[in-house]
Design a protein around this ligand. Structure first.
Ligand SMILES: Cc1cc2nc3c(=O)[nH]c(=O)nc-3n(C[C@H](O)[C@H](O)[C@H](O)COP(=O)(O)O)c2cc1C
Length: 159
């Protein structure tokens, strides 16, 4: 099944997921994400096992979910086109330490801090992290979408 062609039609909005653990911080661009429960509210993000972000996001109790606006192509490029294995992505962006020590990208207007509830590991190359939103700053935005970042090559192979 050509899921890739379906994904192009769906044209998912993009988020940057950030996390910190044991003094290390990381973050990556994510297209695999969705609300996955209404009551209680749950939100899931799927992170590649090979990403620098993976061990930090799966050990941290909290994640930062940054919903990118169409003006955030530079952030998408930094967090989707580079790996924390090679560079400190946070050196090139404005950020601060938020609630629960979550790294917050200060230029993003719509940000959710979420508590990790569980991980879903079915043996695939991405692992789901299901979270409960506990704090948010929300403004209306026009999402940056998959087809807006076709020029960005993922900074880390997924397999
Ligand atoms: C459009 C796009 C969507 C992506 N979606 C995901 C995703 O859903 N989950 C994921 O783990 N990586 C995804 N990536 C890949 C990572 O963002 C990318 O490999 C990043 O450089 C990894 O950084 P890290 O090694 O510092 O964690 C995506 C990349 C792009 C360009």
């Amino acid at each position: 099944m050509d899921v890739g062609r379906i994904a192009e039609s769906v044209n998912a909005a993009l988020v940057v997921v950030t996390a910190a653990h044991n003094g290390e911080r990381s973050g990556c661009l994510v297209g695999f994400h969705s609300q996955c429960s209404i009551d209680p509210v749950r939100y899931a993000v799927w992170i590649s096992r090979l990403n620098h972000t993976y061990p930090i996001a799966t050990r941290s109790d909290h994640l930062g979910l940054h919903f990118l606006d169409e003006s955030d192509h530079d952030l998408a490029s930094t967090f989707g086109g580079m790996s924390g294995d090679d560079v400190d992505k946070f050196a090139g962006v404005e950020w601060s330490v938020g609630d629960f020590d979550v790294p917050i990208l200060t230029n993003c207007k719509t940000v959710v801090i979420a508590t990790r509830v569980t991980c879903l590991d079915d043996g695939g190359d991405h692992v789901g992290i299901v979270c409960e939103p506990v704090a948010s700053a929300v403004e209306r935005f026009r999402p940056l979408r998959l087809l807006d970042v076709q020029d960005i090559t993922p900074g880390h192979p997924s397999s």
